[in-house]
Design a protein around this ligand. Structure first.
Ligand SMILES: [Fe+2]
Length: 388
């Protein structure tokens, strides 16, 4: 018996290389002549946005580049991009980057179509009634999944915690997927963003809102990541590994969007708003602890599927899975636990726990989570000094 479910993913996926050519073809399909590219300074330095601009300009399209999106985007970023979009009368927004650039463009595209201020939607409960302004996402990391999700996570500096804005009307119209643009991603970011993708798949597969389609994608995502993330981290030019990771990130992103997340992302939301860690890095540090908390609440047949993927074979138990996952994180050069971050005395850990409990994903976690549980896990993470 399969429980009722819905699956909605309207984004057109374009697997194409080079990305510049694929973007031009998609802009042509919108019959657009003015484009705003939204990216961040690091990505701008790689030259990819300029390649896209050159290609578009060769087809008679006027291009403006906004290359100032911050690492943890705020409503100030959305305000700035919206201003640029109005100034250049951009008919299509093209985000080039990881989650920060894509979420900023996604939030702006919603706002351009629906009007008002971002706070109206983030805090005021104003309904989103119109499909976003045309928006193409070029994913340059294999991890975030934002290119195939309906949520934008933007910080509001006037508020004490992050709150996402989501709507089925906010999906990117097009996601351009070119593994070639991830070749320049340094090893630590390859590892951290790849672990984020793995956790999207794992949390989608073990949460309470699973469905048969998200399960397919989540399992294949985890398989691909176990097989390819280490290779992509060690040799960034390994295009087979990069391709597998880009596919895995899309699968994990769709699974996450359709089936939800869990405790890792809830804790990382609380931690990152205070420590400003990279999202994927924080998730990797948390994963073994959250999995240790959850593992005995995961239905046995689902646990078996994951232990198989992890190479543990039939009959493996949950504690072994925690050990293997922890070793996998270490093998990528990433830390487990909070290490030196746990010694930071200026962090209000009670507030971190409280913020984690405010994250909606705690309700999708396979095991019921209490405030005391969050405290206990955070304490355990702080006491761990293991780093690789
Ligand atoms: Fe994530």
């Amino acid at each position: 018996m399969i429980d009722a479910f819905t699956f909605q993913m309207p984004t057109r996926l374009v697997w194409g290389s080079p990305a510049a050519e694929a973007v031009s073809a998609e802009v042509d399909a919108f019959d657009a002549k003015r484009v705003l590219i939204v990216t961040d300074p690091g990505m701008a330095a790689t030259g990819v946005p300029d390649e896209v601009r050159t290609h578009l300009e060769s087809r008679g399209v006027t291009v403006t580049i906004h290359a100032e999106v911050s690492g943890n985007p705020t409503t100030d970023d959305v305000f700035a991009v919206r201003g640029k979009a109005e100034d250049c009368d951009g008919e299509v927004l093209v985000a080039i980057g990881g989650g920060s650039a894509i979420d900023t463009a996604k939030a702006t595209a919603m706002l351009v179509a629906n009007g008002g201020e971002y706070a109206d939607y983030q805090w005021g409960g104003r309904p989103i009634t119109k499909r976003s302004h045309p928006f193409i996402a070029v994913a340059t990391t294999a991890g975030t999944g934002s290119e195939v999700s309906k949520v934008a996570v933007i910080s509001d500096p006037s508020q004490p915690f992050k709150k996402g804005v989501l709507s089925p009307l906010m999906f990117a119209h097009v996601a351009v997927l070119d593994p070639g643009v991830t070749v320049g991603l340094p090893p630590h970011l390859t590892a951290a963003t790849g672990m984020d993708a793995f956790i999207h798949a794992l949390e989608a597969y073990t949460g309470k809102r699973t469905n048969p389609l998200s399960d397919l994608l989540a399992l294949e995502s985890m398989r691909l990541i176990f097989a390819s993330l280490k290779a992509a981290t060690i040799d960034g030019n390994d295009l087979d590994a990069r391709s597998a990771m880009m596919l895995a990130a899309v699968y994990g992103g769709v699974a996450m969007d359709q089936a939800g997340l869990g405790l890792v992302h809830a804790l990382s939301g609380g931690i990152c708003s205070h420590l400003h860690l990279h999202h994927g890095l924080a998730n990797a540090m948390i994963l073994p602890y959250a999995l240790d908390f959850n593992v005995h609440a995961i239905p046995p047949e689902r646990l078996q599927e994951v232990t198989d993927i992890a190479g543990l074979g039939r009959g493996a138990h949950g504690d072994q899975l925690v050990e293997v996952i922890s070793a996998f994180v270490h093998s990528l050069g990433l830390p487990v636990g909070l290490g030196e971050h746990g010694d930071r005395v200026d962090i209000d850990w009670d507030e971190v726990a409280a913020e984690s409990m405010r994250m909606v994903m705690v309700h999708n976690n396979p095991r019921t989570v209490t405030l005391e549980d969050c405290h206990a896990i955070l304490t355990s993470m702080r006491e761990t000094q293991v780093r690789q």
